[in-house]
Design a binder for this molecule. Structure first.
Ligand SMILES: [Zn+2]
Length: 105
């Protein structure tokens, strides 16, 4: 996901799940169809999935920005490997999370 992805997304209803609220454009839904077998997840689960996706998308930019801000501070505090103290573990989690944001989609 890039910073240019329109936000905020919202849960529009239980079948047309998340949209760019400004344009009214539907981005997707969380219905899953089994081949020839109709809907395989309950409406409430689809709704919960949609709400989770919308929260994640809407928070994404702020979370990435916070991680980039924290990374140099924690990098300066970390110790030599293989230390597994809280500061070092937190730094490794931040580096791993930031690496995932570099994946193009
Ligand atoms: Zn340490």
């Amino acid at each position: 996901m890039t910073e240019t992805a329109p936000r905020p997304w919202v849960v529009l209803n239980q079948t047309d799940i998340f949209v760019d609220e400004r344009s009214g454009q539907q981005i997707g839904d969380t219905w899953i169809r089994a081949a020839g077998d109709g809907y395989v997840i309950e409406l409430a689960e689809a709704r919960a999935n949609a709400e989770l996706i919308v929260r994640a998308v809407n928070a994404h930019g702020d979370l990435v920005k916070a991680l980039w801000a924290a990374e140099p501070w924690l990098e300066a505090e970390k110790h030599m490997p293989p230390c597994v103290c809280d500061a070092c573990e937190t730094y490794e989690m931040i580096v791993a999370a930031l690496d995932k944001t570099k994946t193009s989609c």
